[in-house]
Ligand binder design. Structure first.
Ligand SMILES: [Zn+2]
Ligand SMILES: [Zn+2]
Length: 357
């Protein structure tokens, strides 16, 4: 079968390999679609980071470079292991890519997304979604409702990040919300916040195409921070700031804006993964009793299906609409040229590119 293997920075090769065997607790998924994620772009540009290099095989899975990429995928089950009873050949499914150790203190606390040894299908495991087929543990499989097109299953993972962020923020129905950054995760947060009952959802995003998509999925007002003072606009419109702000970029200007656009006593939830210094003084939290927390991925381990199933039910009800986010569908052979290179172009109008092997 054909698979995209990551060998290191700037080096992804689409090559032919033997189909991996299906273990007793595994299933084989014929991949219908797999989304390219910012994490994949980061590995391509600056990795290996989340992928294990040759000298340090992943402690949970034992794999090291080259590894197959692609962790946002869906497809049809074509084979099930001898001990699998809740997944059947022909099922249309997606997979929660996170594989956890089950032994560390965070797994014991039920916070599996914080597992000290987490591995991910498509980053640090033997299979990935940029391939004709992937073999995954049956416990990672999430069923898609009949009415949801199978390729939309590839968007369940990024939508789950939005659902988890909304839950981590403690946002309540009726709250006003601001989202800084309208990439795939920012757009997912807009939809999750709307589904959770947010009234006004402000989105600050410099790229016009992304603002358009944010509006198409329910943002009540979009702002171009390069043309207007987004913080002023938001604080004026909300009598002093939103109830909840989400930072979905991970750079100082958006982090600062997220804090300044939040009301006294409000909540900022950081979702953008970053090592940047974002400049913060204690009194921006203390005197005004703002809270900041972080949100990492989505529930995994034994709770893996919970947030994934919230997403599939929102897709079924139509509250989540992936279509405006999908800006291209490409073949596996074009993964680097028409996928990675296109997304890394700073002028690009792409948001989510689906690879259909
Ligand atoms: Zn992702
Ligand atoms: Zn663990």
């Amino acid at each position: 079968m054909r698979v995209a293997n990551y060998y290191g920075s700037g080096d992804i090769r689409v090559e032919s390999v033997a189909e991996p065997a299906v273990g007793a607790d595994d299933v084989r998924i014929e991949v219908a679609a797999c989304g390219i994620c910012g994490t994949d772009l980061h590995e391509f540009e600056d990795g290996p980071d989340l992928t294990p290099d040759e000298d340090t095989p992943h402690p949970l899975t034992g794999v090291s470079l080259p590894v197959p990429l692609g962790h946002e995928f869906s497809g049809t089950v074509t084979e099930v292991g001898s001990d699998v009873c809740d997944v059947a050949v022909g099922d249309e499914v997606t997979a929660n890519p996170a594989m956890v150790c089950g032994d560390c203190r965070y797994c014991a606390e039920g916070r599996h997304n914080l597992c000290e040894s987490v591995a991910n299908i498509g980053l640090s495991a033997a299979s990935g979604g940029f391939a004709e087929s992937a073999v995954v543990p049956a416990s990672n499989v999430v069923q898609l409702p009949d009415s949801v097109p199978v390729e939309y299953g590839a968007l369940v993972e990024p939508f789950s990040v939005g659902v988890h962020a909304t839950r981590r923020s403690g946002m309540q129905a009726g709250d006003s919300v601001a989202v800084f950054g309208a990439g795939p995760i920012g757009i997912s947060i807009v939809q999750a916040a709307k589904a959770a009952g947010a009234t006004d959802v402000f989105v600050s995003e410099p790229r016009a195409k992304r603002r358009e998509i944010a509006e198409a999925v329910g943002a009540t007002e979009t702002l171009d921070p390069t043309a207007t003072d987004a913080v002023d606009e938001i604080t004026d419109a909300t009598n002093g700031g939103v109830d909840v702000a989400f930072e979905a970029v991970g750079i100082e200007p958006t982090f600062r804006a997220a804090i300044e656009a939040t009301k006294r006593g409000g909540q900022i939830t950081a979702v953008g993964i970053s090592d940047d210094d974002v400049g913060l003084t204690p009194n921006e939290l203390v005197v005004v009793e703002r809270s900041i927390n972080g949100s990492n991925g989505y529930l995994s381990g034994p709770l893996a299906d919970r947030e994934f199933e919230m997403v599939t039910s929102f897709l079924e009800s139509g509250e989540f609409d992936p279509e405006p986010m999908i800006t291209a569908r490409i073949s596996l052979e074009d993964l680097v040229d028409e996928g990675f290179e296109a997304l890394l172009d700073s002028e690009s109008e792409h948001v989510k590119i689906l690879v259909e092997p």
